[in-house]
Design a binder for this molecule. Structure first.
Ligand code: PEP
Ligand code: MN
Length: 337
């Protein structure tokens, strides 16, 4: 439920409400507007509580949140959240472009890619050091050595990076290096991992699970938020359907659906969403037109020799051309690239 305090509510009245909620074992989240304080209350329903609180001094009204996801819902927070990574803003006017290879392979590959994607207009670098591969025999990533490479590249090129964490025990390690965590599709419902990143203060990209409904995805985000980390950005990366001509089916309707249901910013990943290089540009444009707050695009200096996801990776020229072509689309929907 949400407690809307009176515009004239005093500090003491707000404190009394807070104490009462604590006594009953509820968690609280404060949102201090210009005019009034709104208190989001988290915890199992108890009979009679809403009526009791509504009668307390300083309380204007108590509104139940009808969705099963509470902190992630638009009912809880009507304004779109802005998630900051340094001076980069997710959920603002700018469409944030994140680009880089699927996996960190070596320092030269990352250095070259970082310089190029930055020059073309990307504001964040991506690259997996821990790779959740379908086959145990496929390249699994360089692990900490990969994080060190990303760290060197960030220092040299001056671009922040996002990288995947696949295991709760690696959260601290990845947090020491990365500007932002990525939780991949396969781990969307790894609740132990979600809780671990929820305990940190680091921004997180939470990808949609391969077969997850929008509600399951928002419930996964709720795990992170309920641990106190509100720096969550969602990412639509395609879902399993009967269609086999693409790797996944990029669910573009998820973008405006999320915007309606949740205040969290949402990105699109047309690389994993299609698995096919020739589909990355048209679906990037469509995602921006549908209101995506950013794009995650796989770019490799030589896609044919990539250790993972080469068939869906763009080379530098294709990436640069895409950003130029996307500009008028962003302008048409009131955004910037
Ligand atoms: C990735 O971003 O490289 C990745 C593995 O993505 P997903 O979890 O969406 O498959
Ligand atoms: Mn990949």
């Amino acid at each position: 439920m949400i407690i809307v305090m009176n515009t004239r509510a005093s500090e003491a009245q707000i404190d009394r409400v807070q104490k009462k909620l604590e006594e009953w074992g509820f968690g609280t989240h404060y949102s201090q507007g210009v005019e009034r304080t709104i208190i989001g209350v988290i915890g199992p329903k108890k009979p009679g509580i809403m009526e009791f609180i509504e009668a307390m001094e300083g309380v204007d009204k108590v509104v139940p949140i009808l969705q099963p996801f509470k902190l992630a819902s638009r009912e809880f927070q009507s304004k779109t959240s802005q998630v900051n990574v340094g001076n980069l803003v997710f959920g603002g006017t700018k469409v944030v472009i994140i680009a880089g290879p699927c996996a960190v392979e070596n320092e030269a590959q990352m250095m070259e890619t970082a310089m190029m994607v930055k020059k073309a207009g990307a504001s964040m670098l991506r690259g997996g050091a821990f790779k959740p591969r379908t086959s145990p025999y496929a390249f699994q990533g360089l692990e900490e050595e990969g994080l060190k490479i990303l760290d060197n590249v960030r220092k040299e090129v001056g671009i922040p990076f996002v990288t995947e964490v696949v295991n709760p025990r690696d959260v601290d390690l990845v947090a020491r290096y990365a500007d932002m965590f990525q939780i991949g599709a396969r781990n969307m419902q790894n609740f132990t991992l979600l809780k671990e990143v929820g305990k940190t203060k680091k921004p997180v990209i939470l990808k949609r699970g391969l077969s997850a409904t929008i509600e399951e995805w928002l419930m996964a985000a709720e795990y992170i938020l309920s641990e106190g980390n509100f720096q969550v950005v969602l990412c639509e990366r395609g879902i399993r359907t009967y269609e086999t001509s693409t790797r996944n089916t990029l669910d573009l309707s998820a973008i405006p659906s999320i915007h309606r249901l949740s205040h969290l910013p949402v990105l699109a990943d047309p690389s994993h969403g299609t698995g096919k290089r020739h589909l990355v540009a048209p679906l990037s444009k469509a995602a921006v037109a549908a209101g995506a707050d950013g794009l995650l695009i796989e770019v490799h200096p030589d896609p044919e020799s990539a250790l993972s996801d080469g068939p869906q990776s763009l080379n530098f020229d294709a990436f640069e051309a895409l950003l130029t072509e996307m500009m008028p689309i962003a302008t048409a929907v009131g955004r910037e690239i």
